[in-house]
Design a protein around this ligand. Structure first.
Ligand code: FE2
Ligand code: FE2
Length: 496
């Protein structure tokens, strides 16, 4: 008689035995497991709801793969890519150039769970997580490779692994912190719980919906397929938090507060501009802020509440940043567009501006005046005035420009000295994150530090572009070649 899965499942994954030839602390060093003073038997409680067997896993993943492949084969024949709106397409360049590398970093993180997680059940689930992330890396690679003949920018799916492009460095810095440099417990809180269970919804659910509306069925389908895996392996966060809450709640609070702010800043950079500026107006489902409030903020507050944690101390500042940070990152990236490997859409035609004003009542006062200056220069044929000669100062935590966390009116300096070196931050919050574990961050040089250190020659924008590997065929420029600015010409000039 065949047993039901529930009859054999626990036996199949409880494969621990007492180590006698080797000291358990050597087999599972704290640096890797992060278990510290938490007693070994506390992990007996660790459990997850998916209860997947290897056989089922393989069957289901095979079906998912066949689904993605069938759609992509059908669509590549239909020549759909050529018909897509170029501003939307920029969002897919940005995604592939920054996400493929992260999926691969996640393979390493999950592999660490497989080997070093303090619970055998967790190690078991990590195996599936590792296979998931391998699939995601390969999906991004295949998608990008298929489109390479249309667009050299898809090469960045692979190039990102080796580049010094500043945006990629910012992404890499965060995931080095949350995935590669994190022990199992930190990674479960920062990556599984905060990013995979929370923030990826913006990229993989909201952006998938926008992509579908834009007619990019292939990409939308890929994003949705990936998200079904995330929903499962993200479950590694909750039981870990539960154990930590019993033994070291302060550590849980700090780790989540750091991860939540860092993830906010990252998604303000990657997803905010894509949703509120690159997605064609009639295809937008929700504003970035609305999506954040519904899917991330409520969700995060609920987790904190359920587990007896407090809201981060910086909550009020976070809400101000939610109103502004991605607008700041958008105007910044558009202005420094030669330093990007995608073509940003300004997204401030008159109609788009009405939408921005409606969604963000403070937008006009905070950002409109800056765009007006740009528009004036564009319409007066002074494009050179809308392009940078220098590089902005960067935060030593987020790697993002100083002044990009809040509105243009909030530019207070935040810095500290640590072991004789001066560090700059984009906010009081980023400074606080640094202070929680200075050794973790202190050795890193941001792009500007490397400039000052003489690593970038010549020490000007051209040298910077060379260092970042930005060649003319992929270098960013306004995706509509400034056509949107004609909206603002007096009527007779516009039609002339
Ligand atoms: Fe993934
Ligand atoms: Fe993941």
């Amino acid at each position: 008689m065949l047993l039901n899965r529930d009859d054999w499942y626990d036996t199949s994954r409880d494969l621990d035995w007492e180590l006698s030839y080797v000291d358990p602390k050597l087999a599972f060093p704290d640096e890797w497991s992060g278990a510290g003073n938490i007693p070994a038997d506390a992990w007996q409680k660790w459990d997850e709801p998916f209860r997947v067997s290897f056989r089922d896993y393989v069957r289901i993943q095979r079906e998912k793969e066949m689904g993605v492949k069938a759609v992509s084969n059908a669509l590549s024949r239909a020549g759909l890519y050529e018909k897509l709106d170029p501003a939307h397409v920029a969002a897919s360049h940005l995604h592939m150039g920054t996400t493929c590398m992260v999926e691969h970093m996640a393979v390493t993180m999950q592999a660490r769970f497989c080997r070093f997680a303090p619970s055998t059940r967790w190690r078991n689930l990590g195996v599936f997580g590792m296979l998931d992330e391998t699939r995601h890396t390969q999906l991004d690679m295949r998608f990008s490779h298929d489109l390479l003949k249309q667009e050299p920018r898809f090469d960045w799916a692979q190039k990102a692994f080796h580049t010094n492009e500043w945006g990629v460095l910012a992404v890499k810095n965060f995931f080095d912190d949350a995935m590669l440099n994190a022990d199992c417990i930190e990674a479960a809180l920062a990556s599984s719980l905060t990013v995979e269970h929370g923030f990826t919804n913006i990229q993989f659910v909201a952006l998938a919906a926008d992509a579908m509306a834009a007619g990019d069925i292939n990409w939308s389908n890929l994003l949705s397929s990936i998200q079904t895996d995330e929903a499962r392996h993200a479950q590694q966060g909750f039981p870990t938090l539960e154990v930590l809450m019993e033994h070291d709640p302060q550590r849980a609070q700090t780790a989540l507060d750091v991860a939540f702010w860092r993830a906010t800043r990252l998604f303000q950079t990657l997803t905010g501009p894509a949703m509120d500026y690159y997605t064609p107006l009639d295809q937008r489902k929700m504003s970035f802020k609305e999506f954040m409030l519904e899917w991330i903020v409520n969700h995060h507050e609920r987790i904190l509440n359920d587990y007896g944690l407090k809201k981060p101390w910086y909550w009020d500042q976070f809400l101000v940043s939610l109103e502004n940070g991605h607008h700041a990152m958008h105007i910044g990236t558009w202005y420094w567009r030669p330093t990007l490997f995608w073509k940003p859409n300004a997204g401030v035609s008159k109609d788009e501006r009405d939408w921005l004003r409606e969604k963000y009542p403070t937008w006009e006062n905070n950002w409109g005046a800056l765009w007006d200056e740009i528009i004036k220069n564009v319409n007066d044929d002074r494009i050179e005035n809308t392009l940078p000669d220098t590089l902005p100062s960067l935060c030593n935590l987020t790697q993002l420009p100083l002044g990009s966390a809040f509105s243009r009116h909030e530019l207070a300096e935040h810095s500290l000295e640590y072991k004789g070196r001066l560090y700059q931050f984009d906010s009081e919050i980023s400074k606080w994150c640094f202070e929680q574990d200075p050794e973790r961050y202190a050795g890193h040089q941001n792009f500007i530090d490397r400039f000052i250190d003489g690593q970038i020659v010549p020490a000007d924008l051209a040298g910077g572009l060379l260092y970042m590997g930005l060649t003319p065929d992929v270098m960013g420029d306004d995706v509509y070649e400034y056509a949107w600015a004609k909206d603002y010409l007096p009527a007779e000039t516009a039609t002339a």
